[in-house]
Design a protein around this ligand. Structure first.
Ligand code: PEP
Length: 257
């Protein structure tokens, strides 16, 4: 069986101020041993990236961006390009987060353009997908995951797939305290992996990390990550508390995904 290094990302969303961002990043670098066996990334607000780059330098934590625009420069007021992010030592970018899709209004085509631009810049893309509560209640979970995965990965080659992590995040579980049961999440992950096998091949499917997001906390991280197709987590609320985020990372390690 292919070994997949667990991935745990902390999406800080529009939270923290300059001081809090520094303290949180410092607490993580102090307590996370190098060579932890888990790939760890944090996604702070844009404006703190540059100063946090020096806090995480030399640690095992990668700096990530919550979003990015697909054009490299020009008249795109308010947007941030890949080269600007690379100037800030960013290594990984979230694309298609449910808040970008459902609050800001991004569609599949824009998510795909952004994902391809991330890959073209040599960065890692964490492509987020997942169904709303209404879609789940109508039995559309797998269909939505398939649609968003196909659309998000359109034009992405098998070689580029190693730069992709897929985050399955049921929208109804994000920031709500509700979590998919480990078995429900496992079923969704297994279907997504099967889809990658049909879009690419078996080897690609066995190698890609598919992580779960949606109210993951120290209390439920272990049982979720123990599932065979759950390779880590994307963490919102609990990533703002250093001890909680560190416990989730340890849970990922313990499962030896
Ligand atoms: C997220 O932002 O991707 C997320 C999963 O948030 P939370 O952990 O707060 O549900």
């Amino acid at each position: 069986m292919t070994h997949r290094t667990p991935f745990v990302g902390g999406n800080w969303k529009m939270n923290t101020n300059a001081g809090e961002a520094q303290s949180l990043a410092k607490a993580l670098t102090t307590h996370l041993s190098t060579d932890s066996g888990v790939e760890v990334a944090i996604y702070p607000p844009f404006v703190y990236l540059r100063e946090l780059a020096s806090v995480v330098a030399g640690s095992d934590i990668s700096l990530g961006s919550q979003d990015a625009y697909f054009q490299d420069n020009g008249a795109f007021t308010g947007e941030i390009s890949m080269s600007m992010l690379k100037d800030c030592a960013v290594k990984t970018v979230l694309t298609g987060h449910s808040e970008r899709r459902h609050v800001i209004g991004e569609n599949d085509m824009l998510v795909n353009k952004k994902t391809r631009a991330v890959l073209a810049a040599g960065l890692q893309a964490v492509l987020c997908i997942g169904e709303t509560l209404e879609q789940r209640e109508n039995g559309k979970t797998d269909a939505i995951n398939e649609h968003q995965t196909r659309a998000g990965l359109e034009g992405v080659s098998k070689e580029q797939l190693s730069q992709i992590v897929i985050a399955y995040e049921p929208v109804w579980a994000i920031g709500t305290g509700k979590t998919a049961t480990p078995q429900d999440a496992q079923n969704a992950h297994a279907n997504i992996r099967g889809l990658i096998a049909s879009m690419y091949d078996k080897q690609a499917a066995e190698s890609i990390r598919i992580i779960y997001g949606g109210s993951m906390k120290p209390g439920n991280a272990g049982e979720l990550m123990a599932m065979p197709d759950i390779d880590g987590g994307l963490i919102g609320g609990a990533s703002l508390i250093a001890d909680d985020f560190l416990s989730i990372i340890r849970a990922g390690l313990a499962q030896g995904v």
